[in-house]
Design a protein around this ligand. Structure first.
Ligand code: ADP
Ligand code: MG
Length: 936
């Protein structure tokens, strides 16, 4: 959603019935929704057909008119229009018409490119829209937000963008950020109670949540009351404005280059005009020359080619699973120097399997059996025989893990257990189910009445349950045996990081019932925790507390009784090891940032090659460090463990102050600031929250680290190609302007008659620019990656586009082009051959064709690059050559438009050979460069 904050509290649009006045049950009844089942698919389908999809008419994208206007008012286009006007004043209708045609062509091309890029990005953004959990026909399902209809029951949790206007049915600490709608920047506490004021402003309607706002914490369920344009956001149509799409840094730089060139062109044109007039040349000739120079200098194809290349790059990245949300990311990716990645799900598979249970004195290690069963485990098959007979205390631990849980498990069609929700919690449910503890029966006996949701700062979660029904026998007896009073009405269950949990626990359930948690127990538990973590396991502690009242705040987490540890394995993704190696070869440092235990993190980091020594800094270490110390540490340490999202922000900052270009992954709500601050914020397509996706520059559709590395490779290629094109276009134009400028001076200097002071006519120059900047330039955008693209260090941050010898290249190749074209022209002119101008024209064309071929690699020879590795270029070179021949031999073009003289085959060959000499010269330059780098 591309909304921005607005003046406070707009007047609510009338809604019937006034949902905020109704009880939740009345709202459900009014919508015809059975609360426990939700709508049936058939009814939902009917409503969808009647009311249309739940989407806003997109007013966000730039309007075609605006794009067109921008194209037409670009400096370069204005210069061309002026040139056309002047030509018309001179009565040169052909020139005027042709220049205008070029204006239309390039502005049209630029328009189409930009329009398509706009639309492609808009379409990509739609792809990034996440699913919604909806209850349909009695079961929870994941649907696209588009398919929601009034009456649908949906689940909301921290990080969701509210997908429609909804009436809350049930909520737990639900807070919603409504700035998009009301301008209020503090999150609002939500509640289910009905209100009494019919005209309450939107910001006060606490039992409603509105489309486009975001859940900042907590959880809830709600029923959809309005969808699409009938929502509050939809009605206030002015709210839907796009965030202005700025130029990418490279585009901005190119824009400056283009403007500079244009200014230079006008300057030089005026200079020539003045000099010519002083020398007594006829005004008309000199004006025409000035027009020609201006035309020669303007890189007409530049904007179109840049947009084309960037948009093409975004498409290519999408095919590799990286969705670009902001076009500049395409080029910024190319200069990334550090990739900070989450562990769970990005470096690992996020396919958790519980393998160890550890309670006082008892331990079930499933890993021995695990190895033999790996194939079965991978298919997610149940293993009842392992856990069914497990001791009661272990079963109590599993039961607690299943109660303090928001995931769901169900039997898939193929008889395997499938989980929905957080994989860590899913694994707990599967383990409990394998021990014969059906989640449904547990929640029936102990329904949840309050909760403190998981958050990655606290690294734990608590649920409070009423003791409503009978527990399974053995669990009841285990509680009794522990001396736990059966008459207390509520039980709080907490699960989370063991280190934090031990600080909150005062007792432990040992072999002889509940005992105080003394130093000895603490050491034992910490030892068990470390032992598991050292083997790369994620460890959760489980604890509980009996209560008299359903406390819904942190008081429920005091005086806990520790139950046990659950160790789960989350295998590293197999392809990541190679991606890490590729990263290193490319001079990019991979860094792991995780909320997990340092030992777990270190194990995985060593396994993947991210940190050789597995040395890890923790959040506690970070908190102690000053900024300077952190800068030093951040550039050395490869693993940050037990960190919270706020630490991520500090780490990004520290790296950036060291001049690093940082890509940072994140999935949670509180990762958003770090994602925004990073040069490339990367969100997770599968597990990421909506808020993190909104903040990101790029979304990984597969959550995979390897995809980031692939995208960096694409980014480098695109940056290379753009630079190559700029180099090519500017060099060519410098060469042409040189010819125009020096021609009259040389004639005068050599004492030759100033029969014609104009080396090339405006139309001839236009034609040449069309061939080179236009046709050949397009082909440069699709040049395949250079062989060493991921084997060289990243481009130094802040390095300009002309760096790395490019300025020098522009100067010498420009001079070469000028010299060769002028030389051949002068020679013919002296011999008084009428085809002198045609020779200049044709030689220039060949020079640039061979230049295009020669600069395909900055260092490697053309032979090594392979002539046919860029088929588009080969094809377009053929087209350019054919068009050149047509220019020489098709009468209409030759005589009427371009005023050329047909050349003999020998002369053609001469022009071609002169052009070829530039290829040889550039190859020589590359050879020197190669030798120098090898020597260094
Ligand atoms: P990661 O960076 O690996 O994704 P998280 O921030 O998700 O780490 O988790 C950090 C720690 O919080 C974990 O090591 C675990 O101890 C605890 N934890 C993770 N998920 C849950 C959950 N659903 N409930 C309770 N605790 C959790
Ligand atoms: Mg996580």
């Amino acid at each position: 959603m591309t909304t921005r904050s607005r003046p406070a509290s707009p007047a609510p649009a009338p809604a019937d019935p006034p949902w905020h006045l109704l009880e939740a049950s009345a709202a459900l009844a009014a919508l015809g929704t059975p609360p426990e089942r939700g709508l049936d698919d058939e009814e939902a389908g009917n409503r969808l057909a009647r009311l249309g999809p739940n989407e806003l008419i997109d007013r966000g994208a730039k309007s075609p008119w605006k794009i067109l206007l921008e194209q037409l008012t670009a400096v370069m286009v204005l210069i061309l229009i002026a040139a056309a006007g002047l030509s018309a004043l001179l009565g040169k209708w052909l020139e005027a018409g042709a220049i205008l045609a070029i204006v239309v062509l390039f502005a049209g091309l630029g328009f189409v490119q930009e329009y398509r890029a706009e639309r492609a990005i808009a379409a990509l953004k739609k792809l990034a829209v996440p699913g919604v959990r909806v209850r349909r026909g009695g079961e929870w399902r994941e649907l696209g937000a588009r398919d929601l209809v009034p009456g649908d029951v949906i689940a909301l949790e921290a990080g969701n963008v509210v997908p429609a206007d909804v009436r809350l049915i049930e909520c737990a600490n639900l807070r919603v950020q409504e700035a998009a709608l009301t301008g209020e920047s503090e999150p609002v506490d939500k509640d289910v109670a009905p209100l009494t004021r019919p005209d309450a402003p939107l910001g006060d309607r606490r039992n409603l949540a509105f489309l486009g706002t975001t859940v900042s914490s907590g959880r809830g369920t709600a029923v959809v009351v309005e969808t699409g344009m009938r929502t509050q956001l939809g009605r206030i149509a002015t709210l839907i404005q796009d965030v202005p799409v700025g130029l990418t840094p490279l585009q901005a730089r190119l824009d400056r280059v283009g403007k500079g060139l244009a200014a230079a062109g006008v300057g030089v044109a005026l200079l020539i005009l003045g000099l010519g007039l002083l020398a007594g040349e006829p005004l008309e000739d000199m004006v025409l020359t000035a027009i020609s120079v201006a035309v020669a200098v303007v890189p007409e194809g530049l904007p179109a080619v840049v947009t084309f290349t960037l948009a093409l790059g975004a498409q290519k990245m999408l095919r590799r699973g990286a969705l670009i949300r902001k076009l500049p990311a395409v080029e910024t990716l190319g200069s990334v120097t550090t990739i900070c990645s989450d562990k769970t799900g990005t470096l690992t598979e996020n396919r958790m399997t519980v393998t160890v249970l550890d309670v006082a004195g008892e331990r079930v290690d499933l890993s021995e059996t695990l190895h033999a069963r790996m194939p079965a485990l991978e298919r997610g098959e149940a293993r009842p025989e392992v856990l069914l007979g497990s001791p009661p205390l272990l079963r109590l631990t599993l039961a607690a893990g299943a109660l303090c849980n928001d995931a769901q498990v169900r039997m898939g069609e193929d008889g395997r257990l499938e989980t929905l929700g957080d994989p860590t919690e899913g694994a707990l449910l599967v383990a409990a189910a394998n021990a014969g503890l059906a989640p449904g029966e547990l929640t029936a006996a102990l329904p949840r009445v309050a909760e403190l949701p998981f958050d990655s700062d606290r690294k734990r979660m608590t649920t409070v349950h009423a003791r409503a029904g009978r527990l399974p026998d053995d669990l009841g007896s285990v509680l009794g045996r522990g001396g736990l009073e059966p008459e207390r009405g509520f039980v709080a269950v907490t699960k989370g990081a063991v280190d934090g949990l031990l600080d909150l626990a005062s007792g432990v359930y040992g072999p002889a019932g509940v005992q105080p948690l003394g130093p000895e127990w603490r050491r034992r538990i910490e030892g068990a925790n470390d032992a598991l973590a050292r083997n790369g396991m994620r460890v959760l502690g489980v604890a509980f507390r009996l209560l008299d009242a359903p406390l819904a705040d942190e008081r429920a987490e005091r005086d806990l009784t520790f139950l046990g540890l659950v160790g789960m394995i989350d295998p590293p993704r197999p392809e990541v090891r190679e991606a890490v190696a590729r990263c290193r070869a490319a001079g990019i440092r991979p860094v792991m940032i995780t909320g997990d235990h340092p030992l777990t993190a270190g194990f995985i980091a060593r396994d993947l090659g991210i940190a050789v020594d597995g040395r890890a800094l923790t959040g506690v270490d970070l908190a102690r460090m000053g900024d300077a110390e952190l800068e030093q540490a951040a550039s050395e340490v490869g693993v940050f463990a037990r960190v919270s999202p706020e630490h991520k922000l500090r780490i990004v900052g520290a790296l950036q102050r060291r001049g690093q270009v940082v890509a940072m992954t994140g999935d949670g709500v509180n990762d958003a600031p770090a994602l925004k601050k990073a040069d490339i914020g990367v969100a997770m397509g599968i597990t990421g929250t909506d808020v993190s996706k909104e903040a990101a520059d790029m979304v990984l559709r597969d959550d995979n680290f390897a995809t980031i590395v692939a995208a960096v490779g694409e980014g480098r290629t695109i940056y290379d190609n753009l630079r190559r094109f700029v180099k090519f276009a500017i060099t060519g134009n410098v060469g042409k302007v040189g010819v125009m400028l020096l021609w009259p001076l040389l004639l005068a200097g050599a004492g030759l008659p100033l029969g014609s002071a104009i080396a090339l006519l405006p139309l001839q120059l236009l034609w040449l620019n069309l061939m080179t900047d236009g046709l050949l330039g397009l082909a440069m955008g699709v040049e395949p990656p250079e062989r060493n693209v991921m084997a060289r260090p990243p481009q130094a941050p802040g390095e300009g586009i002309f760096s790395g010898g490019m300025g020098w290249h522009v100067v010498w190749v420009g001079a070469y082009i000028t010299a060769v074209a002028l030389g051949v022209g002068l020679w013919y002119y002296r011999l008084e051959l009428p085809q002198w101008q045609t020779m200049v024209f044709t030689t220039l064309a060949f020079l640039q064709v061979f230049q295009a071929l020669a600069i395909r690699s900055g260092t490697e020879s053309v032979l090594r690059v392979g002539l046919f590795s860029n088929r588009l270029l080969v094809g377009l070179v053929a087209v350019v050559l054919a068009l050149q021949l047509a220019a020489l031999y098709v009468p209409l073009l030759q005589a009427t438009f371009l005023r050329l003289v047909p050349l003999s085959p020998a002369e053609l060959l001469l022009a071609a050979l002169l052009g070829f000499s530039l290829l040889l010269a550039i190859e020589l330059e590359k050879w020197f460069v190669r030798r120098r780098t090898r020597a260094a």
